[in-house]
Design a protein around this ligand. Structure first.
Ligand SMILES: *Cc1c(COP(=O)(O)O)cnc(C)c1O
Length: 463
């Protein structure tokens, strides 16, 4: 035994300590049963005070650092030309060297502006897998959103290091057959709706070459760029010694622009941006921005938000942070797998995805097994998760209904927010639900809006 060397320990610790705490409210099973019924069995409709461990999303729910809170005090609220904008822009361009950086209040505002500028009815936009707001904004502009993830990306149990990769053969085919109707190619990095699975540098390079050969710009939906870069460093040949910032810059160099939800890897509670190379497109997007978001040096954000994001970008590329982040997600997946709960393999970056269709084979997809499991996790342990399956994707714009590719329940892990004992509790709640799984029933929808129904639909149990 040699002491004093840097041999890694089995325990990967949180590379921070707690500076300010928020109380959690304990609730009883009877209280939760009443609240979820009142919410129409829709977890989005709960009062967050009635949730114990909130794994609904990793979006905007992370803990900001001491240095981010300090940066907030530095915010300058000038309407035009705020120094905070330039601090923000420089931090963005340090990692993503695009000429034009347009702040927005969230990722979806960047998407709305980009697709309003690019899409017309009859067009088609390919991606590995469109995120739900991306798909909705493309469809709202009258275009079609097409998912071309590799076949492995559709099978929750198969192991593959880069399940977020695009099927480049199908991309080539789409561009050959319908190229005139394609305004751009998108790539979601990591692939959120496909299980937080990474995209390899090799695949991104190939997608970039194909898109550019057909004269199409490539845009990255780059919300989890740092987690993806860490996976490349861990799994892709030739990157073991590369720094995460260098990997991020190499990915950016392959694209013509990006959309960002700064509520993800940039460690913000709010924010986003659209970054572009093309001058004319950037000018058009800036004009659309002014219409609904604000002047181009704040874009719907306060100066203080821009400062917090600039600092968050410096923190998220830390290797110590990313080692902890990716390990803490894998910790939960490993424990659930050990219990016999079918999880999407391998572990993704920001979330654990339980394969509800495989866990609850007695509930057919059109009776929403993911919804059933998500409601049970809340009723049993006060855990709020998110169905990513037939509720979210099963209804088509023409009103028809069919099973989604997968019925998953996502336990998204907010950044730097919960400790290992919180996760041990989550694992124990899952174990209790597993023991009672044969008693879980499906659901039917009793009311739903025309788009993005998962946010507001009301359900009733089928008993
Ligand atoms: C969250 C997210 C978005 C949308 O961003 P908002 O900030 O929620 O509007 C777009 N794409 C992906 C991959 C996301 O995870």
């Amino acid at each position: 035994m040699t002491m004093g060397n840097d041999a890694p320990f089995r325990t990967v610790i949180e590379p921070f300590r707690i500076h300010s705490v928020e109380p959690l409210r304990m609730t009883t099973a009877a209280h939760r049963a009443q609240k979820i019924e009142e919410a129409g069995y829709n977890l989005f409709q709960l009062h967050a005070d009635d949730v114990l461990i909130d794994l609904l999303t990793d979006s905007g729910t992370g803990a900001m650092s001491r240095d981010q809170w300090a940066a907030i005090q530095h915010g300058d609220e000038s309407y035009a030309g705020s120094p905070s904008f330039f601090i923000f822009r420089d931090a963005v361009q340090e990692l993503f060297p695009f000429e034009h950086v347009i702040p927005t209040h969230q990722g979806r505002a960047a998407e709305r502006i980009l697709f309003q500028a690019l899409c017309r009815p009859g067009m088609v936009v390919p991606s590995n897998t469109h995120f739900d707001t991306t798909r909705a904004n493309i469809e709202y502009a009258g275009a079609e959103a097409v998912d071309l993830v590799i076949a492995e990306g559709h099978d929750p149990s198969v192991q593959h290091p880069f399940k977020g990769n695009m099927d480049t053969g199908r991309l080539e085919q789409l561009l050959t057959e319908r190229g005139d109707a394609v305004p751009c190619v998108m790539m979601t990095v990591t692939n959120n709706s496909g299980g937080g699975q990474p995209v390899s540098m090799a695949n991104l390079r190939e997608v970039s070459q194909i898109a550019h050969r057909h004269g199409k710009p490539l845009f990255l939906d780059f919300c989890r760029f740092a987690e993806n870069a860490w996976f490349i460093r861990q799994r892709e040949e030739g990157y073991a010694e590369a720094s995460v910032p260098d990997i991020v810059r190499e990915m950016s160099a392959l694209a013509d622009g990006m959309t960002m939800s700064a509520k993800k890897d940039p460690m913000g509670n709010i924010g986003g941006w659209l970054a572009l190379r093309d001058d004319a497109l950037a000018a058009e997007c800036s004009n659309l921005l002014i219409l609904t978001e604000g002047f181009p040096t704040y874009g719907g954000l306060a100066g203080r938000d821009l400062e917090a994001l600039a600092q968050g970008l410096r923190e998220v590329v830390s290797h110590d942070y990313l080692r902890y982040r990716i390990r803490s997600t894998a910790y939960v997946v490993d424990a659930l797998t050990e219990l016999g709960i079918p999880c999407l393999q391998p572990a993704g970056g920001h979330a654990v995805y339980i394969d509800a269709r495989a866990m609850l084979p007695h509930i057919p997809p059109l009776q929403f097994p993911g919804q059933s499991l998500a409601v049970a996790l809340y009723e049993v342990g006060g855990i709020r998760s998110c169905e990513i399956g037939t509720v979210m994707f099963g209804r088509h714009p023409d009103g028809s209904e069919e099973p989604a590719a997968m019925d998953l329940v996502r336990l998204a892990i907010p950044r730097r927010t919960y400790t290992q004992s919180h996760m041990d509790y989550v694992i124990e709640v899952c174990e209790r639900v597993l023991a009672a799984k044969d008693d879980l029933a499906g659901y039917r929808i009793v009311a739903e809006p025309p788009v993005l129904r998962h946010f507001t639909a009301r359900f009733a149990p089928l008993t």
